[in-house]
Each structure stands twice: as structure tokens, then as C-alpha cells.
Design a binder for this molecule. Structure first.
Ligand code: SAH
Length: 340
């Protein structure tokens, strides 16, 4: 049975209409699910017993099970290991910044993209998540931390644009007034660069932010670490990015994981600078998180700063990502791997 929390407010209206009920009850059901966040249809006290029974016959509410929580003593970062109703495991991270809290969520259990530096892809993708499961990563995190999540980044395990329809549902429900009501401007989706899907997403003209995992400025280099680069060239990717910006007016972010001796030289900075100069974008430099199986190391902070300055000389907006939760780390996807 489907989790009813994957249905948008409009779809709930249709379901209740089929039951012969008044549409305004759909708003109440939506609010029980996404605002009050009940785990059982019987808790919906202003909904008639017969409707509650019909809903329970046709749908489920499958809450995530928290298997483990790792809490940073340094900065309040919390890493969650959740079990899905079919036993698959996923990770999410809660991060505290000065003025807001951010949730980094997974879109798939594992990943098939096979990037050489990433732990999530080491054993492939078990399956994509449903909208209800992505929402519940946030709901469960809020419940456990007793804090409010103010921004969401879809940057955990998985390639979100491979499940575009489900991702769109997730965003619609997340930003819906009767539910969490999170502004789309506070949602960021990160992709390794599935070109046709970037264009499809652009056509939706949402107000979300798009981040592109670039990590190398030439096709030759990018193909060495990201299999997707063999499918789509950097030229094609840049064209899709320009289209996204034209359609949405949202400035893109390029992520670039600095790997010592691979993509952190002055020459690399020049290649990246020339590629992105005059583009309306932001570059996020991330000293790579070492993954045992991958063999990449991070440059020291002086080298990272030098790379940053070289890029800035091209007039590009650059930040070096601040590291949170370093004491509970294990790079992206590593906690989940420990359990398999
Ligand atoms: N598949 C999507 C989203 C998940 S990965 C994507 O590729 O963007 C989220 C981000 O973490 C990506 O930028 C990815 O390249 C980066 N990442 C993965 N492993 C990393 C590591 N070991 N160190 C630093 N960044 C890493």
C-alpha cells in the first residue's frame, strides 16, 4: 500500500471526493499528516470514523525507524541512520548554523552514479525513495531534535533528478501551506548533471536552488572521476545550466571537491575560472571527505585558500564550505555502509 503522505493536497481532494466527502476535509487530512504529523488515521479526531477507516484500508503511514543518531560535541550536527519500511537504510544530517537549521536528506538508498570519491555509490542503489520517505527524514529529525528545520538540501545519498516526479511531489508537499510550509527558496537540489532532467526541472519554473556537482573543469578530468561525464559533456551541462537560469532566474551553485594532486593546481583553478567566468553562479569548494576505498586526500587549508583566490580573480563568487560534524564524520554514506 502507498504511504498517503506522498499525495499532494489536490490529490487528497480527489481521493475524498471519490469517497463522496466534501473537499474541505482533504485540507484537514493534509494538516493531520504534514503539520500535526500523526502516525495513525485514528488520531484524526475531526475526520469521521468511516472516512478514517476507508483511508486506512487504502493507504498506510509508514514512519521511518531511527536506528542510530550520532551527535557532534563540537557544533550540534546530528547524523541519523534511518530504516525504511522495507528494511533499507538511509542517512540524513541535521546541521546547526547561527541563524537557521538545515537538513541534508537522501533521495535514494545508495546510488548508482559511481563517482570515484564518494562512499554512497560503493555498493550501488537499492531503490529510490518515495516523497513520503523524503518528507519523513525531515519530520523525524524535527521530532528527535525538537528543533525546526529551516532549509533543506537534497545532497545525501542518491541522484535526485533520476526520480524527478517523486522529487517534485516532495517539493510541492514540503512547500504547501497546510503542511511544513517551507519556502522553495530554502530548498536546494544537488545533481551530478543529468542534462535532460535539468531542462525538465527548469521548465517547472520552481523557486528552488540547483547545485551542480562539477568537481573538474575539463571533460577529460571529469570522466576520470564521474561516469556521468561520459554521457554528457561539460559543454552540454553548461548549456542546461544557462537554460535553468534563464527559466527560473535562480543563480546556480557549482560544487567542486578539492582533491589533492588531482584538481587543486593553479592550472585547474585557471580551467575552472575560464569555464565559469561571467556566468551568474557561485562556487562551493569542498575539501574532499576522504573515503578509505577512494584514495583521495584533501589539500591543506593554505592550498584551498590559494585556489579560492585564483578563482576570485576571474570575478567568481567563491566560498570554502565550512566543515560541520567533523568528529562524527565518516564521509557521506559511510555510516550506512557500516551496517550492511
Ligand atoms: N547525486 C547528487 C547528490 C548527492 S551527492 C550529486 O551528485 O550532486 C552530494 C554532494 O556530495 C555532491 O556534490 C557530491 O559530489 C559530494 N560528495 C560525495 N562524496 C564526497 C566526498 N567524499 N567529499 C566531498 N564531497 C563529496
Amino acid at each position: 500500500m502507498d504511504d498517503i503522505r506522498s499525495y499532494t493536497a489536490d490529490e487528497l481532494k480527489k481521493i475524498l471526493a471519490e469517497y463522496g466527502e466534501k473537499p474541505f476535509h482533504a485540507g484537514q487530512v493534509f494538516s493531520w499528516l504534514h503539520d500535526k504529523r500523526v502516525s495513525d488515521f485514528d488520531e484524526m479526531s475531526n475526520i469521521s470514523k468511516s472516512v478514517r477507516q476507508r483511508l486506512a484500508e487504502d493507504f498506510g503511514i509508514y514512519r521511518l525507524k531511527t536506528v542510530e543518531v550520532l551527535s557532534s560535541k563540537k557544533d550540534g550536527t546530528k547524523k541519523f541512520l534511518y530504516e525504511l519500511s522495507d528494511g533499507n537504510l538511509i542517512e540524513s544530517v541535521f546541521m546547526k548554523y547561527r541563524e537557521w537549521n538545515s537538513a541534508c536528506i537522501s533521495s535514494q538508498a545508495g546510488c548508482d552514479m559511481g563517482c570515484a570519491f564518494c562512499a554512497s555509490g560503493l555498493s550501488g542503489c537499492a531503490r529510490s525513495l518515495r516523497a513520503s520517505e523524503m518528507l519523513d527524514e525531515i519530520y523525524t529529525m524535527e521530532e528527535e531534535t525538537k528543533e525546526t528545520v529551516n532549509s533543506v538540501v537534497v545532497m545525501g545519498s542518491g541522484e535526485p533528478l533520476l526520480l524527478l516526479d517523486e522529487l517534485l511531489r516532495f517539493i510541492e508537499i514540503l512547500s504547501c501551506k497546510g503542511g511544513k510550509n517551507l519556502s522553495q527558496r530554502s530548498v536546494t537540489v544537488s545533481t551530478c548533471g543529468i542534462v535532460p532532467k535539468i531542462k525538465e526541472l527548469a521548465d517547472r519554473e520552481l523557486a528552488i536552488n540547483l547545485a551542480i556537482s562539477l568537481h573538474a573543469a575539463t571533460d577529460e578530468k571529469r570522466r576520470q572521476i564521474m561516469p556521468i561525464a561520459k554521457r554528457y559533456s561539460i559543454g552540454e551541462l553548461m548549456e542546461a545550466c544557462s537554460y535553468y537560469f534563464e527559466k527560473t532566474g535562480r543563480r546556480l551553485t557549482f560544487e567542486y571537491a578539492l582533491m589533492e594532486g588531482f584538481n587543486d593546481s593553479d592550472e585547474d583553478a585557471k580551467d575552472l575560472g575560464s569555464l565559469l567566468a561571467k556566468k551568474n553562479c557561485h562556487v562551493n569548494l569542498i575539501p574532499v571527505n576522504p573515503v578509505k576505498e577512494a584514495g583521495f586526500a584533501r589539500p591543506n587549508s593554505e592550498k584551498a585558500r590559494r585556489f579560492k583566490v585564483r578563482l576570485e580573480n576571474f570575478g567568481i563568487n567563491v566560498t570554502i564550505r565550512r566543515e560541520l560534524g567533523s568528529d562524527i564524520d565518516g564521509a557521506c554514506g559511510q555510516l550506512r555502509r557500516k551496517y550492511r
